[in-house]
Design a protein around this ligand. Sequence first.
Ligand SMILES: Nc1ncnc2c1ncn2[C@@H]1O[C@H](COP(=O)(O)OP(=O)(O)OP(=O)(O)O)[C@@H](O)[C@H]1O
Ligand SMILES: [Mg+2]
Length: 422
Amino acid sequence: MATSDIYGLDFGTSNSAISVLTDGHARMLPIAQDAAEIIPTLLFFPDYASEVCIGERAIHEYVESGMKGRLMQSIKSFLPEVGYHGTPVGGKYGFMTIEHFVALIIEDIKKRADMLTGQDIKRVVLGRPVVFSDKPEEDAVAEKRLIKAAERAGFEEVYLQQEPIAAAFEYEQQLTKDETALIVDLGGGTSDFTVIKLGPNRFAQHDREHDILGVHGFRLGGNDFDADIMWNNGVAYFGKGATYTEMHQTMPIPNEILLTLCTWQKMSLLKEPRTKEFLRRLIKTGSDPQRMKNLNTLVNENLGYSFFQSVEAVKCALSESDEAMLLFDQSGIRVNETITKVMFEEVVKEKVMRLNEEIDHLLKQCALSPKDIDSVFTTGGTSSIPCIRNLIAHKFGAAKIKSGNTFLSVATGLALSGKQFI
Ligand SMILES: Nc1ncnc2c1ncn2[C@@H]1O[C@H](COP(=O)(O)OP(=O)(O)OP(=O)(O)O)[C@@H](O)[C@H]1O
Ligand SMILES: [Mg+2]
């Protein structure tokens, strides 16, 4: 075993990946069953078996089992929720804490990586967003939980690195001259930025602290864009705009229920007996029985994740074309709706404006203006959205935008960060 080996693990809200640093070189590990380098950050607890399924295996079992079980996604987003300690999942696991959920995923990734490296590597650099939460006490809780999970998963030395700084180190490998770069990492749950000095003359230095001119981040990611599409184009199929009549009074379907549909992980809350009974009554008392049936089916058959797969697919398709179809046809729920890029951009306009403001905030914090930035390196899945790319191009000039591997730059950079810890 090369004693200097260390892993770089990007535990992402949507996707996770791991790389290894050997003799100063970072190498991504093809951990997925099909030898891909990323796995979805998902857990599935099937009703019929006591074993948990992780990553791409979770999706496979969720579909195979006819959605019979508990699928958990975006677990990273729960880390700063101080009031959320865990949840019962049944089977041999019983009540599980948030650290335990995270540990299951990290442990699985570690095992896959150890198989590929033929080692039992105990050191890891874990990524963390600049901001888990803007409340410092919540942020500290999230960080503590993440470290605890990594230790529980079998790591003995756990180091943390901010995700945009890791991405910067990966980008640095392609540079032939020194520059001041803005790194924009837009993921599934958070947006993270850094302004940093990079280049061949800086790369070899052990301590890079003085190169970091500023970091900034906030909680906005691809999941929020999905929720916007759901609210504007999806929820109508489940009762938005419909009414129901009770005690001779006609009322709109409660917003509280419709808003819950925009975060599929929360849909299971609608299975609580009183709500379930209310939803069942809507089929008789609602103004649009088909849509009321759709609502009941979506909730009772656990179709939230499947529906959001369609929502996410339309969002990604709109990164390539001017219009795309929101398509869903399962258990009697039929959705077939054209969404144009213009409509999508209108719906997410405020979020994109917020991104712009947050970038301005960082530049101000660094006492820099766009002309002082030599390059803008974009990474993370959400950075593919054209109106976001246009915003950056407009602000800094299109020629300054640089991209690498959207889904792997953070993991690679985390391993490269390992140099400062060994
Ligand atoms: N072509 C695309 N167009 C728009 N969005 C995309 C595209 N491809 C992926 N995404 C979105 O990118 C997000 C996932 O990106 P990524 O894997 O970088 O996030 P993550 O690292 O898991 O999250 P985080 O860094 O916030 O913890 C998802 O919301 C996904 O829908
Ligand atoms: Mg990420």
